[in-house]
Design a protein around this ligand. Sequence first.
Ligand code: CAA
Length: 381
Amino acid sequence: MNFLLTDEQEMICKMVREFAMKEVAPSAAQRDEEERFDRHIFDKMAELGLTGIPWPEKYGGIGADYMSYCIAVEELSRVCASTGVTLSAHTSLAGWPIYKFGTEEQKQTYLRALAEGTKIGAYGLTEPGSGSDAAAMKTTAVRDGDHYVLNGSKIFITNGGVAEIYVVFAVTDSSARHKGVSAFIVDSDTAGFSVGKKEQKLGIRSSPTTTIVFEDCRVPAENRLGAEGEGFKIAMMTLDGGRNGIAAQAVGIAQGALDAANAYARERKQFGKSIGAQQGVAFKLADMATKIEASRLLTYQAAWKESEGYPYGLESAMSKLFAGDTAMEVTVEAVQVFGGYGYTKEYPVERFMRDAKITQIYEGTNEIQRLVISKMLLSDY
Ligand code: CAA
């Protein structure tokens, strides 16, 4: 067993860290304040090849592994969790199902555009009445000649409004519950597709979250992803990897908060010495660092398993659960280390704390992760 990063992973880590510090960090607080997505940052990520990290070069990617992708999401989230999730949803939730289930033509058209970053990807599963119970979705897709006609709406769509390619799930057979769900690739310029309400959020505020609406939206049958009725499985398998991307985001947020708390603990003096030299603060830092490292190891392990072709659904649910809970705990503690200053916008830790909360909620709440983990434990997984 080798816990060192490969030369390629080291190189990607260094490149993303430099990019994050130079191009992402300076505007993070302001973009958060203004709830502003910056396409320019995405375009620069595309120039660096970050929008297609795990996809083969023949589809426009750079052919690296899932760990490199997780490292990139982590390094971005260390300074800006919104930018981290933009890349995570784009790669794991839109690119992955096309890579795994797409036809050669779909890959050349859609995966290539995502990998090269000329288009942004998004994923539409959740509906107003169907969150944790994903199979209860109501959006329908009715076959009409060489098209499917989609009607319904999806909510809480990360990259909503800025994405041009949406992987969407809809019911093609309402008598079959999850076995009646199919997956589709929808271009944002399709007639009948529109972007609805933009959410005002507690955190990840420069990552747009919107409703998307389908009103007699005619999607070519050739844009169906996988077979009819295979959609629920595609949605679940996509989330297996997506959850590890969120774990990487959570590790990055927590590390960013620890970096800030650590620097402050060295410089801030009370009672004649640095607060870091006082056990109440020093022990907090030790606990924070230990939990972050455990989260990182779980995350990298799941990514390594995916790259090597081993099952990784269990590990991915565990990494999301543990890293998400850790990010919340660590960011609350980071605010505490800063005391009154931590509660102000003068320092980034209040933003990290607000950003951390979503990692316990999206891509399956941490209660759903416990359900997934326990189901696997109690089966023959
Ligand atoms: N891989 C492959 N197949 C899977 C699977 C997986 N990970 N999980 C389930 N399945 C299959 C099962 O094997 C079963 O297949 P068969 O009928 O052929 O046996 C079928 O799917 C149904 O499985 P369940 O009976 O377990 O399904 P369920 O209805 O009880 O739901 C659930 C299971 C785990 C609770 C699921 O509904 C779930 O994951 N819910 C949470 C939804 C979620 O994560 N939403 C996130 C939205 S996306 C998002 O947040 C994006 C963002 O903003 C960034």
